[in-house]
Design a protein around this ligand. Structure first.
Ligand code: NAD
Ligand code: 6OD
Length: 518
């Protein structure tokens, strides 16, 4: 079914020997370094200032691209182009024609699958199996689902009685919000960017995208696709660069940007909310998490272990939905810790392009410093290091990369910083519990509230515990199984609003009620 994407293992195609991308390359140090420009008004352009920054491989520290470094001036050019497109061909296009184009974008991503894959792996170092099964197919699926959804949108209608007996009719029309600023993180670059761009465009908006400075490539490749399928100039714009006092901040304060959709750290969300206040922009935030997994003694043990391995170590722990706090019912605690330890030690770290690799590096050496600081802090806070806790020795090819060992701790109090703060690495703390109430209380004892995973074969308990979780998404006996029609978002510091299906339409449109006296 077109709406639903089950993220389960599939076969994946081989990597291409050579990219067919038309993006320019420049020779540097004898190897090909990609040049990534902004994409404004349908064309690739340098930064107005001419500034660039280096995009560095997290696998081996090589410079893989030189990227245009955007400023407020670049953002302003992109916003003006986006505004012109709204007034011009995009605004004039009917819903079906618009959705047809977006369906073609989905098809073209799949046709150029290997190039997207190559670019995403180069920027992030994520294993080919994960990128093949998750990132790239979801990039296409996001366009397909929202093209289908918006094509078939109903509107509301309320006939009403009036005192004179003639009655009146209320009906609602949806219109685009306008120019949408899309500010993206680095962990699932294409997936999370298209999760916002696809519904925004399907609803008739135009966008100015600021990809993470760590992962500029797939947003640029998508620009080529937009041109190939005939999306009019100015509809999709990309300005590369940094956040504070740079392109990101310029998006948050630009008076002609009507809405901002942001995925990233909670602290950045707070800064964006403050900056966007003057223009009272619409905001949708998908932020950080410190997600619990609760494993009851009645769970299917092997499934719970396999699911928790995925939810802790996938993408090197760099998925906002990852479980960093695992609560296990006491009778199976020791067995569970031993099983998870064995699985952690079975992870294959190394070249993300090798089929057998299950874990690549973190996104950067800077992020590795942060994760390693928590590895050290855990020891100071009194953790028992069940496994990991350091930097793996992968040999000279990877010594300039950003690898860390998959790590498991036990024995920390719930008040420890390592149990309370988001780390965003391949690490979890496992805590025993004795009663359902205790598990619920510990799971909810967080400033975050994005998701929870519950492992039990007791259906009544599953419903009961799920209902008590203070978060936006609960998975029972699975993790990251996505139906794109469902709501996605968090409570507390994990977010503002919901996206997904009709919830995205709600955010990316303005509803106008028309009341006609009959
Ligand atoms: P980040 O907040 O550091 O950066 C995200 C983006 O915001 C980048 O493009 C950055 O350049 C930009 N930015 C930074 N400061 C800005 C400012 N002041 N104004 C405007 N833009 C600014 O996040 P990250 O490190 O890229 O991503 C990891 C974080 O994202 C983690 O906290 C993770 O939990 C969260 N995340 C949440 C979800 C979700 O759906 N809830 C999904 C993915 C990632
Ligand atoms: O699956 C999605 O739609 C989504 N927004 C996933 C977010 C993952 C966070 O890293």
């Amino acid at each position: 079914m077109a709406h639903i994407l089950h993220l389960e293992p599939q076969a994946y195609p081989m990597l291409p020997e050579q990219s067919t991308s038309t993006l320019p390359r420049a020779a540097q140090n004898g190897s090909a370094v990609r040049i990534l420009q902004h994409f404004v008004d349908g064309g690739f352009v340098d930064a107005v200032s001419g500034a660039t920054f280096s995009d560095v491989s997290p696998v081996d520290g090589r410079i893989i691209a030189q990227v245009a470094e955007g400023s407020a001036e670049d953002v302003d050019r992109a916003v003006q182009a986006a505004r012109r497109a709204l007034r011009g061909p995009w605004g004039a296009m009917g819903t079906n024609a618009r959705c047809d184009l977006l369906a073609k974008v989905a098809d073209r991503i799949m046709e150029r699958f290997d190039e997207f894959l190559d670019a995403e792996i180069a920027d992030t170092g994520k294993p080919v199996g994960w990128a093949c099964n998750v990132d790239i197919p979801r990039g296409a699926a996001n366009f397909r689902i929202f093209a289908n959804l918006v094509r078939n949108l109903p509107t509301e209608c309320f006939p009403m009685d009036t005192a004179d007996g003639t009655g009146a009719l209320n009906y609602a029309l949806r219109s685009p919000v306008g120019v949408v600023g899309v500010i993206c993180p680095w962990n699932l670059p294409l997936l999370l960017m298209t999760w916002k761009v696809a519904p925004a465009l399907a609803c008739g908006n135009t966008v100015v995208v600021k990809p993470s400075e760590e992962t500029p490539a797939t947003a640029t490749l998508l620009a080529e696709v937009m041109n190939e399928v005939g999306v009019p100039a100015g509809v999709y714009n990309v300005v590369h660069g940094f956040g504070p006092r740079a392109a990101g901040e310029a998006i948050t304060t630009h008076p002609d940007i009507n809405a901002i959709t942001f995925t990233g750290e909670s602290r950045t969300g707070q800064a964006i909310m403050r900056a966007a206040a003057d223009n009272v922009k619409h905001l949708s935030f998908e932020l950080g998490g410190k997600n619990p997994a609760i494993v009851f003694a009645d769970a299917d043990f092997d499934a719970a272990v396999a699911g928790t391995v995925r939810s802790v170590f996938s993408n090197c722990g760099q998925v906002c939905l990852c479980s960093e706090r695992v609560y296990v019912e006491r009778p199976i605690f020791d067995r569970f810790v031993a099983a998870l330890k064995a699985e952690a030690e079975r992870q294959v770290l190394g070249d993300p392009r090798q089929e057998g690799t299950t874990m690549g590096p973190l996104i950067s050496r800077g992020h590795r410093d942060k994760v390693l600081s928590y590895y050290n802090l855990a020891r100071q806070e009194g953790a028992t290091v069940v496994t990991g806790g350091g930097v793996p020795d992968l040999g000279p090819d990877f010594e300039r990369g950003a690898f860390v060992e998959p790590t498991i701790w036990t024995g920390l109090p719930e008040s420890a910083r390592c149990v309370r703060e988001e780390i965003f690495g391949p690490v979890c703390h496992i805590q025993p519990f004795d009663t359902e109430e205790e598990a619920i209380a510990m799971a909810n004892n967080s400033v975050y509230g994005l998701c929870a995973a519950i492992w039990t074969t007791n259906l009544t308990r599953a419903h009961r515990v799920a209902a008590h979780m203070e978060c936006g998404i609960v998975w029972v006996n699975t993790w990251f199984l996505r139906d794109l029609r469902t709501s996605f978002g968090g409570v507390k510091l994990s977010g503002v609003g919901r996206e997904g299906g009709a919830h995205s339409v709600e955010f990316y449109t303005e509803l106008k009620n028309i009341c006609i006296k009959l």
